[in-house]
Design a protein around this ligand. Structure first.
Ligand SMILES: C[S@@+](CC[C@H](N)C(=O)[O-])C[C@H]1O[C@@H](n2cnc3c(N)ncnc32)[C@H](O)[C@@H]1O
Length: 252
């Protein structure tokens, strides 16, 4: 039986790798390395660096593969995602049959933690449902959410209260009633502007964990222009940006 390891590698700092992740890296025969184009070359570089630094066995292989482009979401976000997942399933199927012999172990190095806004687990589950034979194991990693909280030295929840983790797209619909703390990921449009009110604080972080990390915090209405300015300058300089933020009702 082929085995696949889904290894969470943390969100931007090789030091975020857990001992369990390092052990898993040393078990894999083949690493499947996604190529998302030049914009994400820096992320591919980090994956390569992790392999070189932590893997003691020198017999492993790396197999790059192209991530298909996702169609613009337009009106129907779900169907554009479903279509994209189908392409990924086909691509993973090819990787497993052409690049992995029976009894070998393949690995995906998943940014942050595989449980948060990552398709790998959903795709493998769908492949198994359709009869593709392999087993898989998940190794957790430090997500951007944990990195954000650590770098700002804050707890995510207030005592006994929940935290909502969501996307910029969903935040645009407003903060749901009764929610005091919202972590926002995947926001390319500075959606915090749309929900700005006098009683919100923001804890914002970009390139968390890396040498280029930027942190800004304060009253949302006071710092949102500054964040927008810093964000667009950094994006221009690097050619890409990943940022995450917590919005918190002030004084609770
Ligand atoms: C596709 S999701 C992947 C999340 C990842 N699985 C995790 O556990 O962090 C990508 C989003 O994660 C956040 N992100 C990932 N790495 C980050 C970093 N180093 N700094 C800031 N945000 C990051 C950003 O919101 C980005 O849009």
């Amino acid at each position: 039986m082929r085995k696949i390891l889904i290894i969470g590698i943390g969100a931007g700092n090789p030091d975020y790798l857990t001992v369990q992740a390092i052990d898993a890296l040393n078990h894999a025969d083949v690493f499947f390395i996604p190529d998302k184009g030049t914009e994400k070359a820096a992320l591919r570089q980090l994956r390569t660096e992790i392999c070189e630094r932590f893997i003691k066995n020198t017999t492993y292989r790396t197999v790059p593969f192209k991530i298909p482009r996702r169609a613009e979401a337009g009106e129907d976000y779900r169907s554009s995602v479903d279509e994209w997942h189908a392409k990924l399933e086909a691509s993973y199927g090819r990787l497993f049959t052409e690049e992995l012999a029976e009894g070998e172990c393949g690995a995906f190095l998943v940014w942050g933690d595989p449980s948060l806004y990552d398709s790998t687990l959903r795709i493998l589950e769908a492949m198994q449902r359709k009869g593709f034979a392999f087993e898989y194991e998940v190794i957790p990693g430090i997500s951007a959410v944990q990195a954000l909280a650590a770098q700002h030295r804050i707890a995510l929840n207030r005592i006994g209260e929940p935290v909502l983790i969501t996307t910029g797209r969903k935040l645009a619909e407003g903060i749901p009633d009764g929610v005091g703390d919202v972590v926002v990921m995947l926001d390319g449009a500075q959606t915090f502007r749309q929900v700005a009110s006098a009683d919100l604080d923001i804890y914002w972080g970009a390139y968390l964990g890396s040498g280029d990390e930027i942190l800004v915090s304060g009253k949302l209405s006071d710092v949102m222009d500054e964040i927008e300015r810093i964000r667009s300058k950094a994006r221009e300089e690097h050619g890409w940006i990943m940022d995450t933020y917590l919005l918190r009702k002030s004084g609770q």
